[in-house]
Design a protein around this ligand. Structure first.
Ligand code: ADP
Ligand code: MG
Length: 223
């Protein structure tokens, strides 16, 4: 068991890590690439329990985010996340557009005008994003949504933060993937898939799957 002094030390170490606009840019570029290469897979998942548009919706949105990132110059990390949120609301559509859009906007707002931030702040901004998602969509864990990947990822990030950014984001990605896989047997209680009732069981949730892709990109950005 680590004693209090060593917990204090590792927490201070985690807080000293500085993440910046470059990190956010790498995250967004990586997310756009992963969503593009999984566009058909996400759409297939949505074909089983929805209306077969999640991959197309997300790819349209993240492509627009990529263009925004390439033309934005000198934005603070928080501003970049707020711009990402606005772009996603505008371009993704469906249920996922407003949900992801709100998440990134709230994450950016939580960061405010800081030029650099630590792992603790990263967990806090993702938590602010999750609050945005649940405030808008009212889903709990177990409802077979984005929340089933996003929530355990934040817990894992907090758990792993004393190991530094590579370790913490690795744990977050693993947890997001496990969370999205765990949606397969669930019956959807929110969104379009909830209309299917028990027939929504046996299929992995598209939104939880796209969230796991965002966390995979976060892990690569932190290396
Ligand atoms: P639509 O259902 O309008 O076609 P998408 O296909 O783009 O939108 O997105 C579907 C995904 O949105 C679902 O797989 C689910 O993860 C997520 N989702 C739907 N409703 C909610 C909600 N209330 N809270 C969180 N996520 C939700
Ligand atoms: Mg859909």
């Amino acid at each position: 068991m680590p004693n209090e002094a060593s917990i204090g030390q590792s927490k201070r170490r985690a807080d000293r890590v500085r993440l910046d606009t470059g990190f956010v840019v790498r995250w967004l570029r990586g997310s756009a690439a992963d969503i593009a290469s999984n566009r058909d897979y996400l759409t297939q998942l949505d074909a089983a329990i929805g209306d077969a548009d999640h991959g197309v919706n997300m790819d349209r949105g993240l492509s627009a985010v990529l263009s925004m990132v390439e033309s934005a110059d000198g934005l603070l990390p928080g501003e970049l996340l707020v711009q990402t949120g606005a772009t996603l609301v505008l371009r993704v559509g469906g249920a996922a557009g407003p949900l992801y859009g709100t998440a990134f906007r709230e994450a950016g707002r939580a960061l405010g005008d800081r030029e650099t931030f630590g792992l603790e702040d990263l967990a806090d901004l993702l938590e602010a994003g999750l609050r945005g998602i649940t405030k808008l969509g009212a889903a709990d864990e177990g409802d077979k949504t984005i929340v089933d990947a996003w929530a355990p990822a934040i817990r894992a990030l907090r758990h792993g933060r004393s190991g530094g950014p590579a370790r913490a984001t690795h744990e977050a990605r693993v947890a997001a993937e496990a969370g999205s896989a765990a949606t397969t047997p669930m019956e959807a209680r929110k969104g379009r898939a909830s209309c299917l009732g028990p027939r929504s069981g046996g299929h992995q949730d598209p939104g939880a799957t796209s969230t796991a892709l965002l966390f995979a990109a976060l892990e690569r950005a932190a290396r």
